[in-house]
Design a protein around this ligand. Structure first.
Ligand SMILES: NC(=O)c1ccc[n+]([C@@H]2O[C@H](COP(=O)([O-])OP(=O)(O)OC[C@H]3O[C@@H](n4cnc5c(N)ncnc54)[C@H](O)[C@@H]3O)[C@@H](O)[C@H]2O)c1
Length: 259
């Protein structure tokens, strides 16, 4: 999408970047010449990607843990010497079930990772981003602008991300810092297969039936790819999006209802 110099000299932190969408974003920023630090809770996954580029740095961090995030930002300062782009990507699927069946621990854990984690990272990134007139990208979901039966904790957390992002955009705009949320629809891959299996069990339907309904729920008739999402994140972080802030950027092939 962009050439190999588009992010030359730019310092990018991607949370939960060792696999899934975060890794697709990391690869794309690296192809565009950026310096990328990814954190993750999965040390095996970090080890697997660590050697992929001289411009890639990896570190362990749990975004829901305040002390771990403080350590992460010490690492940001040591390895990158500042920050141009924060991608708050970490997010968990949370529990599947009707509201009256959910337990508080699962609800709390979902919010702790998906929204409090973004707050903890943004709080420490902001001083550096004000210096660089940088960018924040927060991962929400199509469930951050639609209701999602059986996934209330996830949906609530992802609507929260949009409110957080719009507020960041207002607070940081005068400092030249932009903040946008990216809202992917169902992304093909292992995570969505697990979500579909859990949903099929909750609904008492065959997995194939639920999987087929997932493919058809977008007007464009297919699930989103990790690269579709990475492209939007890189665009939103680039100078091409210089006047785009406070937006909920939906990448879902036009999905009007989540099943
Ligand atoms: N995959 C989808 O269908 C989809 C759709 C819409 C939105 N999203 C959002 O996109 C983001 C990335 O999704 P994904 O599918 O790549 O996720 P994933 O489940 O594949 O996980 C990606 C990485 O997150 C790490 N991780 C989990 N908890 C963490 C924590 N507390 N701190 C640091 N790292 C942690 C995991 O170890 C893993 O390497 C999430 O915010 C998710 O909610 C995903």
């Amino acid at each position: 999408m962009f050439d190999s110099k588009a992010f030359q000299g730019k310092r990018i932190l991607i949370t939960a970047g060792a696999s899934g969408l975060g890794w697709a974003m990391a690869e794309t920023f690296l192809q565009c010449g950026g310096q990328v630090l990814v954190c993750d809770v999965d040390d095996e996954a970090l080890k697997k990607v660590a050697d992929r580029s001289e411009r890639l740095h990896v570190t362990h961090a749990d975004v829901s843990d305040e002390a771990s995030v403080a350590k992460l930002f010490d690492t940001v300062k040591e390895t990158l010497g500042g920050l141009d782009v924060l991608v708050n990507n970490a997010g968990i699927a949370g529990p599947t079930g009707l509201v009256e069946t959910l337990n508080k621990a699962d609800w709390d854990r979902t919010l702790a990772v998906n929204i409090t984690g973004q707050f903890l990272c943004a709080r420490l990134a902001i001083p550096m981003l004000k210096e660089s007139r940088g960018v924040i990208i927060n991962l929400s979901s199509a469930a951050g602008h639609l209701g999602f039966a059986g996934r209330s904790a996830y949906s609530a957390s992802k609507w929260g991300v949009v409110g957080f992002t719009k507020t960041l955009a207002i607070e940081l705009g005068p400092h030249g810092v932009r903040a946008n949320a990216v809202l992917p629809g169902a992304v093909e891959g292992p995570r969505i297969r697990a979500v579909i299996a859990a949903k099929a069990q909750t609904l008492g339907k065959p997995v194939e039936e639920v999987a087929s309904a997932y493919e058809k729920q977008a007007s464009l008739g297919r699930m989103v790819s990790a690269q579709d999402v990475a492209n939007m994140v890189v665009f939103a972080a680039s100078d091409a999006a210089a006047m785009v802030s406070g937006q909920a950027l939906v990448v879902d092939g036009h999905t009007q209802m989540l099943i």
